[in-house]
Design a protein around this ligand. Structure first.
Ligand SMILES: [Zn+2]
Length: 320
């Protein structure tokens, strides 16, 4: 099958735990993606959290001065993409996806998770030149631009945040509202008419977690022709402490489709960025199980193709 995924934190694991994209015990590496007919992945440069088991002697991203963190993550991306260029090709535009130079290799785009990595205009330039094409305005905390839903859902964008929204849209970088507070979401809608993404967020009606999108937010994204990536993190799929199953993922898909969103739905599984996925998920290859489940439930093949690849592909073509 063809698979286009909007969000993973594998590069952060590579930085923090000194792992390699070629072969590792993470969700994504060369052999794990080998079964896909086509594979496109947005790799996030993450602003940093405390690693659960830090490597002794390794300086955690959060221990670096703030202005050095973007550089550290960009170095990691550059090094990993360069060491793995026999199977992974970095894209800077939608055109690159179709380029004959790619020769059937998997495709990688870069994104930023947590705009606190962007300490200055010079950082923004550097990120863009290195290929960053999607940016979440916040992670869970508060930064100079915005506040995360996990900190205060009523706190909107700062003046710097509003300026960053206009700047990113002007540069042709996709805004990503995953993690952003509700107030920040609506501030984005005031600042720009551009379509935007929620790379890894689910439905708050189905699972009432602050990280998920309300029906009103999702409907606004449908109106704009945005893109929403379904997140497979257990606690965003169900909130009763039980282990999530494929059925829970399907409930979110059903609900979004009922809101008229079947053409803006994609997957942003959050591989290597969350602690627990539904039963039976141990690598990216297991995403085929969700496709099989949808087929078993009688979803049309066109809907399945849209969800796993075509909707994201179309959005990228329009935006990049
Ligand atoms: Zn995230």
């Amino acid at each position: 099958m063809k698979y286009f995924d909007l969000h993973c934190d594998t590069l952060w694991e590579c930085y923090e735990m000194r792992k390699n994209l070629r072969e590792n015990d993470l969700f994504i590496d060369k052999s794990k993606i080998a079964g896909f007919e086509e594979y496109v992945q947005f790799f996030a440069l993450f602003c940093g959290a405390r690693p659960p088991q830090p490597i002794p002697g390794r300086r955690a991203l959060l221990d670096l001065p703030e202005e050095q963190r973007l550089g550290a993550m960009l170095d990691t991306a550059r090094e990993q993409f360069s060491r793995n260029r026999d199977w992974l090709y970095q894209c800077f535009s939608a055109e690159d996806l179709q380029s004959p130079d790619r020769r059937g290799r998997a495709a990688a785009f870069l994104s930023i998770e947590g705009a606190e990595l962007l300490c200055s205009e010079e950082h923004l330039r550097r990120a863009y030149d290195a290929g960053v094409r999607m940016v979440t305005l916040s992670w869970n905390g508060r930064n100079r631009y915005a506040c995360g839903a996990a900190t205060d859902n009523d706190e909107g964008l700062s003046q710097a945040g509003k300026a960053l929204v206009r700047r990113l849209v002007g540069m042709g970088v996709i805004l990503d509202v995953s993690h952003l507070s509700d107030a920040g979401f609506w501030d984005v809608c005031v600042e720009t008419e551009a379509p935007f993404a929620a790379s890894h967020s689910n439905s708050r009606t189905v699972c009432p977690h602050c990280r998920n999108l309300t029906d009103l937010q999702f409907s606004e994204m449908v109106r704009r022709g945005g893109l929403v990536g379904l997140n497979l993190y257990n606690n965003f799929l169900r909130d009763d402490g039980q282990r999530a199953t494929l059925t829970d993922a399907v409930r979110h898909i059903e609900h979004f489709c009922a809101l008229g969103g079947q053409d803006i739905l994609a997957i942003g599984a959050d591989f290597d960025g969350c602690e627990a996925l539904p039963e039976g998920f141990s690598t990216v290859a297991d995403i085929t199980r969700l496709a099989e489940e949808l087929r078993r439930l009688g979803y049309p093949q066109s809907t399945i193709d849209g969800l796993f690849y075509a909707n994201a592909g179309r959005f990228i073509e329009r935006m990049l």
